[in-house]
Design a protein around this ligand. Structure first.
Ligand SMILES: [Zn+2]
Length: 266
């Protein structure tokens, strides 16, 4: 685990934070909620076959524990593409108290009191915070989103629309499947190299007929290219597959699982 990461236990809720982010935020674990069965217990997804009332109760628990306003909590819609949306006043609450209106794997805002949330169960969720402009972002990137460059695109939208400064922007990649466990066929390395170029090669290790891909390493490379300082790029170092006791891993559970959230709020 990265030295700036810390596990917090508050009541029944266990979650991880990063010391580099001075505003309220969390990467959740399985624990602290009310869901049962494969989604036991803090499932934050409405499409996992879970009781929607249990999911809503889990959001209430999460917000109460972190001191966040539930009514303005705003969700990504995760479709493995590269759309980034800015959460404006009229869009606060999208995906929870208001209908989903975008297909955005990343959302950004400078509104205070507006928690923004992205989801993971192996994919990389990155929380972004810029102290200069007081703006935040959350970005979901699995291998498709990584190949599409959604994380540097999120940085571009924060810089272009919210005035974020690349030199002060902090990005923290949360618990996700790591190279130790992310075994793929040829499709993943081919997609990475065809869209991102030969620079991805050091992050892809062939082993027999398979490849092991370092998604966090590739995303960190993209963040450096986007102008972030090395010291402001944090890779949590937590592998959801290795740590399948604490986290749902999509691979480990063969897809029968709940989903965690990365949340951040000004
Ligand atoms: Zn692992």
């Amino acid at each position: 685990m990265h030295t700036t990461m810390k596990r917090v236990q508050k009541g029944a809720l266990g979650y991880y934070i990063c010391e580099k982010i001075p505003v309220r935020h969390a990467f959740t674990t399985k624990t602290g909620g009310v869901s049962a069965g494969a989604c036991e217990s803090l499932n934050l997804g409405f499409s996992r076959g879970d009781d929607p009332e249990a999911v809503r109760e889990n959001y209430r628990i999460l917000c109460d524990t972190l001191g966040l306003g539930l009514s303005r909590l705003t969700r990504t819609e995760q479709v493995h593409r590269d759309e980034v949306s800015v959460v404006t006043e009229e869009l606060a609450g999208t995906g929870l108290t208001k209908p989903m209106v975008w297909e955005s794997d990343a959302i950004v805002t400078n509104l205070p009191g507006t928690p923004i949330v992205g989801f993971y169960a192996d994919c990389v969720v990155t929380l972004l915070f810029d102290p200069a402009s007081r703006s935040i972002g959350v970005c979901h990137s699995g291998w498709r989103g990584t190949a599409a460059g959604i994380l540097p695109k999120t940085v571009d939208v924060m810089a272009g629309r919210l005035g974020a400064r690349r030199e002060s922007l902090v990005a923290v990649m949360g618990p996700s499947i790591r190279q130790c466990c992310f075994e793929t066929g040829a499709d993943v390395p081919e997609a990475m190299e065809s869209s991102l170029g030969a620079g991805v090669r050091p992050y892809i290790e062939p082993r027999g007929e398979k490849w092991f891909v370092d998604l966090q390493g590739i995303n960190a490379m993209l963040l450096r290219q986007a102008g972030l300082a090395e010291g402001n790029i944090v890779d949590s170092g937590i592998c959801t597959y290795c740590e399948h006791g604490e986290f749902w891993s999509h691979r480990y559970t063969h897809g029968v699982r709940g989903v965690h959230a990365g949340v951040i709020c000004l």
